[in-house]
Design a protein around this ligand. Structure first.
Ligand code: NDP
Length: 256
């Protein structure tokens, strides 16, 4: 049951990487609050399945096949969302990936792929969506960072750099777009059970147990743990909240 402060009916949200993992968890929350959703990702079968699931929640949903490293494709995606759903009020920059290697083994093309997918994509999507967000009169941008923007990660130098960049990019946009009544915030997930971390768990023996021991909540995060924070940051309830980076990590960042 939503109260008016969390009501997203009549709003349109673009969720990059919305066809699975944390992006789908956030898309479910936004749809439950009444927002129509554009699911952005490369895998059309996964996006189609996500759209069918979201429609069951009584909202409009479309899949827009887009590689978020492709500037022209992003611009076409934004134009299509505005044409088909009428507006963009909420942009969730969530698409991301990692390459597990220490800095001295990482190749330049691998570094660039991670930075392009995780950080430059947020710049390109935000810039392309800005006119629509401004026209909305109450735009919201949610950028997905990581605990790795705080902690050093020997096995993820480009990933950590991209996520540190996300936090500072969030602050810059929050400042720049406050006069347009666009709030820009970041979420910093801890360890969440998704395809991304399932890959890491296959490579690193004991990772599952180490995360449990290191997390005060004593569990891995689930994708639906992101529904509530997404609704808060997308709704009028957060109109005086901007430029923040909010951990959603079961206490991982405060563990002594
Ligand atoms: P998943 O691997 O489950 O999902 C990643 C999503 O990103 C997919 O929907 C994928 O869709 C999309 N994506 C990846 N590359 C591109 C691209 N080039 N163009 C368009 N879409 C792309 O990962 P998570 O759900 O775990 O991660 C989501 C976000 O959360 C990421 O930014 C990640 O860094 C962050 N995060 C995750 C944590 C975790 O523990 N899981 C912890 C901290 C942060 P498709 O393949 O169809 O393109």
């Amino acid at each position: 049951m939503t109260t008016s402060r969390f009501d997203l009916r009549g709003k349109v949200a673009v969720v990059t990487g919305g066809n699975g993992g944390i992006g789908l968890g956030m898309a479910r929350g936004l749809a439950d609050a009444g927002a129509d959703i554009a699911v952005v990702g490369r895998n059309e079968a996964k996006s189609k399945a996500a759209v069918e699931e979201l429609k069951q929640r009584g909202v409009k949903a479309i899949a827009v096949a887009t590689d978020v490293t492709d500037k022209a494709a992003i611009e076409a995606m934004v134009a299509r969302v505005v044409k088909e759903l009428g507006r963009i009020d909420i942009l969730v920059n969530n698409a991301g990936m990692s390459i597990r290697k220490p800095p001295h083994e990482l190749e330049l093309d691998e570094w660039s792929k991670v930075i392009d997918t995780n950080l430059t994509s947020a710049f390109l999507c935000s810039k392309a969506a800005y006119p629509a967000l401004k026209a909305s009169g109450s735009g919201k941008v949610i950028n997905i960072g990581s605990m790795m923007s705080i902690f050093g990660a020997s096995f993820a130098p480009a990933y950590a750099a991209s996520k540190g960049g996300i936090v500072q990019f969030t602050r810059a946009c929050a400042n720049a777009w406050a006069p347009d009544n666009i709030q820009v915030n970041a979420i910093l997930p801890g360890w969440i059970d998704t395809d991304l971390t399932r890959g890491a768990r296959q490579q690193v023996a004991g990772l599952y147990e180490r995360v449990l021991a290191r997390t005060p909540a004593a569990r891995w995060g689930a994708i639906d743990d992101f529904a509530g924070i997404a609704v808060f940051l997308a709704s009028p309830a957060s109109d005086f909240v901007t430029g923040t980076a909010i951990p959603v990590d079961g206490g991982f960042s405060v563990m002594a």
